[in-house]
Design a protein around this ligand. Sequence first.
Ligand code: GLP
Length: 250
Amino acid sequence: MRIYCEKDYDAMSRRAANIMAAEVIRKPDCVLGLATGSTPVGAYKQLAVMCRQGDVSFKEVRTVNLDEYKGLAPTHDQSYRYFMNNNLFNHVDIDPANTSVPSGLAEDAEAECAAYDKLVESLGYADLQLLGIGNNGHIGFNEPDSSFTKETHVVDLTESTIAANARFFESANEVPRQALTMGIGGIMAARKILLIANGTGKADALYNTVCGPITPECPASILQLHGNVVIVGDEASLGKVIAAGVPVCK
Ligand code: GLP
Protein backbone atom coordinates (compact mmCIF):
# COMPACT_ATOMS: atom_id res chain seq x y z
CA MET A 1 0.00 0.00 0.00
CA ARG A 2 1.42 3.38 -1.00
CA ILE A 3 -0.05 6.33 0.86
CA TYR A 4 0.27 9.91 -0.33
CA CYS A 5 -0.44 12.64 2.19
CA GLU A 6 -1.39 15.88 0.45
CA LYS A 7 -1.80 19.22 2.15
CA ASP A 8 -5.41 19.84 1.17
CA TYR A 9 -8.33 18.84 -1.05
CA ASP A 10 -6.93 20.49 -4.19
CA ALA A 11 -3.58 18.76 -3.87
CA MET A 12 -5.34 15.44 -3.19
CA SER A 13 -7.47 15.95 -6.30
CA ARG A 14 -4.46 16.78 -8.49
CA ARG A 15 -2.53 13.74 -7.29
CA ALA A 16 -5.54 11.48 -7.91
CA ALA A 17 -6.18 12.95 -11.37
CA ASN A 18 -2.51 12.49 -12.30
CA ILE A 19 -2.60 8.83 -11.29
CA MET A 20 -5.78 8.30 -13.31
CA ALA A 21 -4.43 10.19 -16.33
CA ALA A 22 -1.23 8.15 -16.18
CA GLU A 23 -3.31 4.98 -16.42
CA VAL A 24 -5.22 6.29 -19.45
CA ILE A 25 -1.99 7.39 -21.14
CA ARG A 26 -0.36 4.02 -20.42
CA LYS A 27 -3.37 2.13 -21.73
CA PRO A 28 -5.68 4.29 -23.90
CA ASP A 29 -8.41 1.61 -23.95
CA CYS A 30 -8.26 0.93 -20.23
CA VAL A 31 -11.25 0.16 -18.04
CA LEU A 32 -11.72 2.73 -15.29
CA GLY A 33 -13.83 1.87 -12.27
CA LEU A 34 -15.36 5.13 -11.11
CA ALA A 35 -16.85 6.46 -7.90
CA THR A 36 -19.26 9.18 -6.85
CA GLY A 37 -19.66 11.31 -3.73
CA SER A 38 -18.15 14.71 -3.04
CA THR A 39 -14.56 13.47 -2.78
CA PRO A 40 -13.82 12.73 -6.49
CA VAL A 41 -15.38 15.94 -7.85
CA GLY A 42 -12.05 17.82 -7.79
CA ALA A 43 -10.17 14.98 -9.49
CA TYR A 44 -12.84 14.79 -12.21
CA LYS A 45 -12.49 18.55 -12.76
CA GLN A 46 -8.73 18.14 -13.15
CA LEU A 47 -9.22 15.32 -15.67
CA ALA A 48 -11.60 17.52 -17.67
CA VAL A 49 -8.94 20.23 -17.80
CA MET A 50 -6.25 17.75 -18.89
CA CYS A 51 -8.56 16.45 -21.60
CA ARG A 52 -9.41 19.95 -22.80
CA GLN A 53 -5.71 20.77 -23.01
CA GLY A 54 -5.10 17.63 -25.07
CA ASP A 55 -2.95 15.92 -22.44
CA VAL A 56 -5.23 12.89 -22.10
CA SER A 57 -8.00 11.39 -24.20
CA PHE A 58 -10.87 9.16 -23.08
CA LYS A 59 -11.93 8.23 -26.63
CA GLU A 60 -11.22 4.53 -26.12
CA VAL A 61 -11.73 4.34 -22.35
CA ARG A 62 -14.52 2.20 -20.92
CA THR A 63 -15.91 2.95 -17.47
CA VAL A 64 -17.86 1.03 -14.87
CA ASN A 65 -19.31 2.78 -11.87
CA LEU A 66 -19.57 1.30 -8.44
CA ASP A 67 -23.14 1.90 -7.51
CA GLU A 68 -26.53 3.56 -7.96
CA TYR A 69 -29.45 4.41 -5.71
CA LYS A 70 -32.33 2.01 -6.13
CA GLY A 71 -35.40 3.82 -7.46
CA LEU A 72 -33.67 6.91 -8.88
CA ALA A 73 -33.96 7.58 -12.61
CA PRO A 74 -30.79 8.52 -14.52
CA THR A 75 -32.30 11.98 -14.94
CA HIS A 76 -32.74 12.50 -11.17
CA ASP A 77 -30.18 15.07 -10.09
CA GLN A 78 -29.02 12.88 -7.20
CA SER A 79 -28.69 9.69 -9.23
CA TYR A 80 -25.13 8.56 -9.72
CA ARG A 81 -25.63 8.38 -13.52
CA TYR A 82 -26.57 12.06 -13.46
CA PHE A 83 -23.59 12.79 -11.22
CA MET A 84 -21.17 11.09 -13.61
CA ASN A 85 -22.56 12.85 -16.69
CA ASN A 86 -22.48 16.17 -14.91
CA ASN A 87 -19.09 15.89 -13.22
CA LEU A 88 -17.05 13.98 -15.80
CA PHE A 89 -18.57 12.41 -18.89
CA ASN A 90 -20.02 15.62 -20.34
CA HIS A 91 -16.64 17.34 -19.97
CA VAL A 92 -14.33 14.80 -21.61
CA ASP A 93 -14.19 13.09 -25.01
CA ILE A 94 -15.55 9.76 -23.78
CA ASP A 95 -18.12 7.85 -25.85
CA PRO A 96 -21.25 7.71 -23.63
CA ALA A 97 -21.87 4.19 -24.93
CA ASN A 98 -18.64 3.14 -23.20
CA THR A 99 -19.86 4.23 -19.76
CA SER A 100 -21.80 1.97 -17.41
CA VAL A 101 -23.66 2.67 -14.19
CA PRO A 102 -26.04 0.10 -12.66
CA SER A 103 -29.67 1.00 -13.35
CA GLY A 104 -31.60 2.14 -10.31
CA LEU A 105 -34.87 1.61 -12.15
CA ALA A 106 -34.53 -2.04 -13.17
CA GLU A 107 -37.76 -3.86 -12.35
CA ASP A 108 -35.77 -6.90 -11.34
CA ALA A 109 -32.90 -5.43 -9.33
CA GLU A 110 -31.34 -8.84 -8.65
CA ALA A 111 -31.20 -9.55 -12.40
CA GLU A 112 -29.67 -6.11 -12.96
CA CYS A 113 -26.97 -6.93 -10.38
CA ALA A 114 -26.19 -10.26 -12.04
CA ALA A 115 -26.05 -8.60 -15.47
CA TYR A 116 -23.73 -5.91 -14.10
CA ASP A 117 -21.30 -8.54 -12.82
CA LYS A 118 -21.34 -10.19 -16.26
CA LEU A 119 -20.65 -6.85 -17.90
CA VAL A 120 -17.73 -6.04 -15.60
CA GLU A 121 -16.34 -9.53 -16.13
CA SER A 122 -16.72 -9.21 -19.92
CA LEU A 123 -14.68 -5.98 -19.80
CA GLY A 124 -11.95 -7.86 -17.95
CA TYR A 125 -12.47 -5.90 -14.69
CA ALA A 126 -11.08 -2.46 -13.99
CA ASP A 127 -7.47 -1.58 -14.73
CA LEU A 128 -7.84 1.17 -12.17
CA GLN A 129 -10.64 1.37 -9.62
CA LEU A 130 -11.22 4.74 -7.99
CA LEU A 131 -12.79 4.58 -4.53
CA GLY A 132 -14.05 7.09 -2.01
CA ILE A 133 -14.78 5.92 1.51
CA GLY A 134 -17.78 6.37 3.78
CA ASN A 135 -17.38 7.65 7.34
CA ASN A 136 -18.21 4.11 8.41
CA GLY A 137 -15.60 2.52 6.13
CA HIS A 138 -17.97 1.63 3.28
CA ILE A 139 -16.66 1.36 -0.27
CA GLY A 140 -19.15 1.68 -3.12
CA PHE A 141 -22.22 0.98 -0.99
CA ASN A 142 -20.73 -2.08 0.70
CA GLU A 143 -21.88 -1.23 4.20
CA PRO A 144 -20.42 -2.59 7.46
CA ASP A 145 -21.85 -6.08 7.91
CA SER A 146 -21.10 -9.48 9.41
CA SER A 147 -19.65 -10.77 6.12
CA PHE A 148 -18.27 -9.46 2.84
CA THR A 149 -20.50 -9.77 -0.23
CA LYS A 150 -18.63 -10.73 -3.36
CA GLU A 151 -21.19 -10.02 -6.08
CA THR A 152 -23.04 -6.89 -7.13
CA HIS A 153 -26.06 -6.76 -4.85
CA VAL A 154 -28.92 -4.71 -3.48
CA VAL A 155 -28.03 -3.23 -0.12
CA ASP A 156 -30.00 -1.57 2.66
CA LEU A 157 -28.23 1.68 3.46
CA THR A 158 -27.28 2.19 7.10
CA GLU A 159 -28.69 5.07 9.12
CA SER A 160 -25.22 6.66 9.22
CA THR A 161 -24.93 6.59 5.41
CA ILE A 162 -28.45 7.98 4.98
CA ALA A 163 -27.56 10.77 7.44
CA ALA A 164 -24.22 11.43 5.69
CA ASN A 165 -25.83 11.60 2.24
CA ALA A 166 -28.84 13.68 3.36
CA ARG A 167 -26.76 16.82 2.58
CA PHE A 168 -27.33 16.14 -1.13
CA PHE A 169 -31.12 15.83 -0.79
CA GLU A 170 -33.86 18.15 0.48
CA SER A 171 -34.05 16.06 3.65
CA ALA A 172 -32.99 12.66 5.02
CA ASN A 173 -36.48 11.39 4.08
CA GLU A 174 -35.64 11.86 0.41
CA VAL A 175 -32.54 9.65 0.55
CA PRO A 176 -33.28 6.26 -1.03
CA ARG A 177 -33.09 3.45 1.51
CA GLN A 178 -31.50 0.98 -0.88
CA ALA A 179 -28.81 0.92 -3.53
CA LEU A 180 -27.23 -1.44 -6.04
CA THR A 181 -23.52 -1.79 -5.46
CA MET A 182 -20.65 -3.66 -6.99
CA GLY A 183 -19.51 -6.23 -4.45
CA ILE A 184 -16.15 -6.68 -2.83
CA GLY A 185 -15.22 -9.29 -5.48
CA GLY A 186 -15.62 -6.85 -8.37
CA ILE A 187 -13.67 -4.16 -6.53
CA MET A 188 -10.83 -6.48 -5.51
CA ALA A 189 -10.56 -7.83 -9.09
CA ALA A 190 -9.30 -4.43 -10.25
CA ARG A 191 -5.61 -4.43 -11.18
CA LYS A 192 -4.99 -1.23 -9.24
CA ILE A 193 -7.05 0.57 -6.62
CA LEU A 194 -6.91 4.29 -5.89
CA LEU A 195 -8.69 5.32 -2.70
CA ILE A 196 -9.12 9.02 -2.03
CA ALA A 197 -10.28 10.77 1.14
CA ASN A 198 -10.30 14.18 2.73
CA GLY A 199 -11.36 15.78 5.99
CA THR A 200 -11.30 14.70 9.64
CA GLY A 201 -14.61 12.88 9.16
CA LYS A 202 -12.70 10.16 7.31
CA ALA A 203 -9.85 9.84 9.83
CA ASP A 204 -11.31 6.88 11.75
CA ALA A 205 -12.34 5.10 8.55
CA LEU A 206 -8.85 5.47 7.07
CA TYR A 207 -7.21 4.36 10.31
CA ASN A 208 -9.40 1.25 10.42
CA THR A 209 -8.73 0.61 6.71
CA VAL A 210 -4.96 0.75 7.03
CA CYS A 211 -4.24 -0.22 10.64
CA GLY A 212 -7.29 -2.16 11.81
CA PRO A 213 -8.15 -5.83 11.49
CA ILE A 214 -9.51 -7.04 8.15
CA THR A 215 -13.19 -7.20 8.94
CA PRO A 216 -16.51 -6.67 7.15
CA GLU A 217 -17.28 -4.22 9.97
CA CYS A 218 -14.94 -1.91 8.03
CA PRO A 219 -15.40 -3.02 4.40
CA ALA A 220 -12.41 -0.97 3.16
CA SER A 221 -10.09 -3.01 5.41
CA ILE A 222 -10.23 -5.78 2.76
CA LEU A 223 -7.92 -3.55 0.68
CA GLN A 224 -5.06 -4.71 2.91
CA LEU A 225 -5.25 -7.96 0.92
CA HIS A 226 -4.91 -6.24 -2.48
CA GLY A 227 -1.39 -6.03 -3.86
CA ASN A 228 -1.69 -2.70 -5.65
CA VAL A 229 -3.45 -0.04 -3.61
CA VAL A 230 -2.67 3.67 -3.55
CA ILE A 231 -4.33 5.88 -0.96
CA VAL A 232 -4.34 9.62 -1.52
CA GLY A 233 -5.57 11.62 1.44
CA ASP A 234 -5.24 15.10 2.83
CA GLU A 235 -3.52 15.72 6.17
CA ALA A 236 -6.82 15.78 8.07
CA SER A 237 -8.03 12.40 6.84
CA LEU A 238 -4.63 10.74 7.34
CA GLY A 239 -4.01 12.21 10.82
CA LYS A 240 -4.61 8.97 12.71
CA VAL A 241 -2.74 6.80 10.20
CA ILE A 242 0.31 9.08 10.46
CA ALA A 243 0.04 9.21 14.27
CA ALA A 244 0.15 5.40 14.27
CA GLY A 245 3.55 5.58 12.59
CA VAL A 246 2.54 4.34 9.12
CA PRO A 247 4.99 5.73 6.54
CA VAL A 248 3.46 8.06 3.96
CA CYS A 249 4.84 9.80 0.86
CA LYS A 250 4.66 13.58 0.91
C1 GLP B 1 -21.32 7.44 -0.97
C2 GLP B 1 -20.86 6.54 -2.14
C3 GLP B 1 -19.42 6.13 -1.97
C4 GLP B 1 -18.62 7.31 -1.53
C5 GLP B 1 -19.00 7.69 -0.14
C6 GLP B 1 -18.31 8.93 0.40
O1 GLP B 1 -22.35 6.94 -0.22
N1 GLP B 1 -21.66 5.40 -2.36
O2 GLP B 1 -18.94 5.59 -3.19
O3 GLP B 1 -17.24 7.00 -1.51
O4 GLP B 1 -20.39 7.74 0.04
O5 GLP B 1 -18.89 10.10 -0.06
P1 GLP B 1 -18.21 11.49 0.05
O6 GLP B 1 -17.08 11.47 -0.92
O7 GLP B 1 -19.26 12.48 -0.33
O8 GLP B 1 -17.74 11.64 1.45
